[in-house]
Ligand binder design. Structure first.
Ligand code: URA
Length: 273
């Protein structure tokens, strides 16, 4: 294949989200992270201590090693930290400093939010993709461009809406976040919504709908019907579940369903203001 053909093929892969080169043999990243963490911990030990340390003694696992395999303790820690944030700036800082989710170790950026926190409506998607990870902003890739067009169709843009995701770190290779990773991130998005206190919440796609509306019912049955998101402190926010723009890119025939949902959002916003 010539270089133009190769470039075209690589562009095709990148557009399809294939941007992680794989090895012939599976690599144990957990083991690598643990070994790295042990090395760093050993370097931090004062020389004197090193001299007396038993050769096979393993140093206490530092935060990065604990985060490699998510555990329930990290979810509890996330709940405590998120609860203590008194402002959006504080929450952003705490999220950026949080080391309890392994997704952070492979992400380039913590994707917090975009848009206007004073807006009447907040949109919540699933997780950043490749473009969002690079730019550190939600919905800036292909599905973000479609979301912008859908917003424009009801007279909104990023100055009149606020946008975030359930997961603030891109899962490697765009894989689905695990249930425990989602549980670790949940307190942050819940507190995020509580601090913004939008008049209306819009969940984009299945994962954010299931999480924020506490339901197992699929998006096709949920979409188009107003529901209620209850914040941890008991605030009730009218919520419209709708189809994710990435799904609409794959299934353009369903755009008419999303249009129906967006008209309902527009109407509710007019009533609320
Ligand atoms: N999909 C999402 O759910 N969120 C983003 O930010 C981008 C794509």
């Amino acid at each position: 294949m010539d270089s133009a053909g190769l470039r075209e093929l690589l562009t095709f892969y990148a557009d399809a989200g294939v941007d992680e080169p794989l090895l012939e043999e599976a690599a144990d990243r957990f083991e690598e992270t643990r070994t790295e963490a042990e090395k760093r911990a050993a370097q931090r030990q004062p020389a004197q201590q090193k001299a007396v340390a038993a050769p096979q003694a393993r140093p206490a696992a530092p935060a990065a090693a604990r985060a490699a395999v998510p555990d329930d303790a990290q979810a509890a820690r996330a709940r405590e930290i998120a609860k203590s944030a008194e402002s959006l700036d504080a929450l952003r800082e705490q999220l950026s400093a949080f080391d309890g989710c392994n997704l952070k170790t492979t992400a380039k950026n913590t994707v917090f939010a975009d848009g206007n926190p004073q807006a009447g409506v907040m949109f919540v998607g699933e997780a950043p993709g490749r473009d969002e990870d690079i730019q550190g902003l939600p919905f800036v890739g292909r599905s973000g461009k479609l979301l912008d067009r859908m917003l424009a169709a009801i007279g909104l843009d990023r100055t009149s809406v606020y946008i975030s995701n359930v997961i603030p770190w891109r899962p490697p290779g765009n894989r689905d976040p695990s249930p425990l990773e989602t549980e670790i991130c949940r307190p942050f998005i819940e507190r995020h919504i509580e601090l913004v206190s939008p008049k209306i919440l819009v969940t984009l796609g299945n994962p954010s709908t299931k999480l924020l509306l506490n339901t197992q019912t699929g998006i096709m049955r949920m979409r188009g019907n107003w529901a209620v998101h209850r914040t941890p402190s008991g605030l009730e926010i009218p919520t419209m579940p709708t189809l994710h723009p990435a799904y609409l890119l794959r299934n353009p025939a369903h755009k008419k369903l999303a249009w129906h949902d967006f008209l309902a959002i527009k109407l509710k916003l007019e009533e609320a203001i």
